[in-house]
Design a protein around this ligand. Structure first.
Ligand code: GLN
Length: 487
């Protein structure tokens, strides 16, 4: 096995036993990036020199006989909407193309303290608005399983670099599916934690009541390790919750006996890919063979999740993105007076989709329409949450596909935004309810594309999700390699 193919937990042993150095590993990853990123285009910025320095510091620590944590010395990739002190953080937008944050996001602070090696920042849909990375102002990332297809989005770069072995693991953010859907398309593990589990301080806001940072990893064990490192209350984010962070690796037990699984009928939407449906049903059957019990459940308000999301998310975005006005930082387009300057800055700095959402959101919040759209959408949000509350009275987890189809071709859905929005039908309701969900590989289509299985749990039940995901992983072998690995 090549060094870049290893998982964090495998690497940690090698580093601790001094069978491998972090510099050697980081070098191997940088060479891998050099070899394949021209094809994949997952990175916006590669921080090679700094990475090698960080690696050297970890090696020195090991040489001194100090104990290192599980993520120390291991190269990671970070979505480009997470602030990194002194390193460009662009949100894949022209308006922030030259933005260098003067501070670290709380997750970065924690990861640096844990000895993590930052390899680079990954491409995304501009301001995390999209499902394919086609909305990046810079370039479209490609799916390592088939370079003509999208990697999903908006954390497409983060998923693709893990799938292509250009990073050992990565962070993404998820507002309506942006960690889970690209994880499904690229055949990796992706977790959206409970709202409040992970600090959002330093995550450039899209829709603040929905955004959450989470890991993309090669396997479930690594997912638990990264969640351990980033979770917890942060005084700098008042929405982060003061609930004890367990050691999530303790949940990695290969046992689902007696587990109650609900299969929501409404998630098997019309038009769903037949291969996806079959793979998910087979996965449920396997868990039943392993001792779980499964039954159908109804979440009757599911149909309204998409329209409610496309009022709430743009409404919050229109307010969050008001700060990009060409004054304090970011791109500035000159004009004769201040209004002309604002207009020029925002017309030239934002891409089409971002402008569409700002307009939708501003409209939904404007007086006279607020009650009809925004307030109504909030009421729908409550109904959706109540659907889950009821389901979790009966079931421990719910299982659905992560996305209705495997990765689609680049350009295939660009003509109609609604077609693209529909890729998130299975993931959006989870964000509206604030609950956690994980996507894990559960098979491949005949054409060889990965399929993702989504496991949903009640608030702060990440341990249950990890246990089910781990048991499934231990009893299957869906971690095939993308053809690209031959490069
Ligand atoms: N695709 C959805 C959107 O465009 C979700 C994106 C996300 O989770 N950041 O809003």
């Amino acid at each position: 096995m090549k060094l870049f193919e290893l998982t964090s937990h495998q690497i940690h042993e090698l580093l601790s036993e001094k069978k491998l150095s972090s510099v050697e590993l980081t070098q191997a990853l940088l060479e891998r990036v050099q070899a394949v990123d021209g094809n994949v285009q997952g990175y916006v910025t590669v921080t090679g020199e700094a990475a090698l320095k960080q690696a050297q510091a970890v090696d020195e620590k090991i040489a001194r006989g100090e104990k290192i944590g599980p993520l120390a010395g291991i190269p990671m990739a970070i979505k480009d909407n997470i602030c990194t002190d002194g390193i460009k953080t662009t949100c894949s937008s022209k308006i922030l193309a030259e933005f260098v944050p003067p501070y670290n996001a709380t997750v970065m602070h924690k990861l640096y303290n844990a000895g993590g090696i930052l390899l680079g920042k990954t491409n995304m849909d501009e301001f995390a608005m999209g499902s394919s990375t086609e909305n990046s102002a810079f370039f479209t990332t490609r799916n390592p399983w088939d370079l003509e297809r999208v990697p999903g989005g908006s954390s497409g770069g983060s998923a693709a670099v893990v799938a292509a072995d250009e990073a050992i693991w990565s962070l993404g953010s998820d507002t309506g599916g942006s960690i889970r859907q690209p994880a499904a398309y690229c055949g990796v593990v992706g977790l959206k934690p409970t709202y409040g589990r992970v600090s959002r301080y330093g995550l450039i806001a899209y829709a603040s009541s929905l955004d959450q940072i989470g890991p993309l990893t090669k396997d479930v064990t690594d997912c638990a390790l990264v969640l351990n490192a980033i979770s917890g209350r942060d005084p700098k984010d008042s929405t982060s919750v003061d609930i004890q962070v367990p050691d999530y690796t303790q949940a990695l037990v290969n046992d689902v006996k007696g587990l109650k699984i609900g299969v929501p009928q409404e998630y098997f939407v019309a038009g769903m890919d037949e291969e996806v449906r079959l793979a998910v049903m087979q996965a449920v059957n396997l868990l039943v063979q392993l001792g779980a019990v499964a039954d159908e459940v109804s979440l009757p308000h599911t149909d309204y999740a998409m329209p409610a999301y496309y009022v709430i998310a743009p409404a919050e975005a229109s307010s969050n993105l008001a700060r990009y006005d060409g004054v304090s930082y970011g791109y500035r387009g000159e004009g004769d007076d201040i209004v002309a300057m604002y207009k020029r800055t925002r017309s030239e700095g934002f891409g089409e989709e971002v402008k569409r959402r700002i307009m939708l959101g501003t409209y939904a919040l404007s007086s006279g329409y607020y009650d009809a759209y925004y307030l109504k959408a909030l009421k729908v949000r409550t109904l959706i949450k109540q659907d889950y509350d009821r389901a979790f009275e009966q079931f421990d987890v719910l299982i659905t596909p992560t996305a209705p189809s495997p990765a689609f071709k680049i350009g295939e859905k660009s003509a109609d935004p609604i077609e693209l929005y529909l890729q998130d039908v299975c993931t959006i309701p989870i964000n509206l309810a604030g609950i956690p969900a994980i996507s894990i590989p559960c098979g491949h289509t005949q054409a060889g594309l990965p399929i993702g299985l989504q496991i949903i749990g009640k608030a702060f039940s990440e341990e249950t999700l990890l246990r089910v995901a781990y048991a499934f992983e231990q009893n299957t072998n869906f971690r095939l390699k993308p053809a690209l690995k031959g490069v």
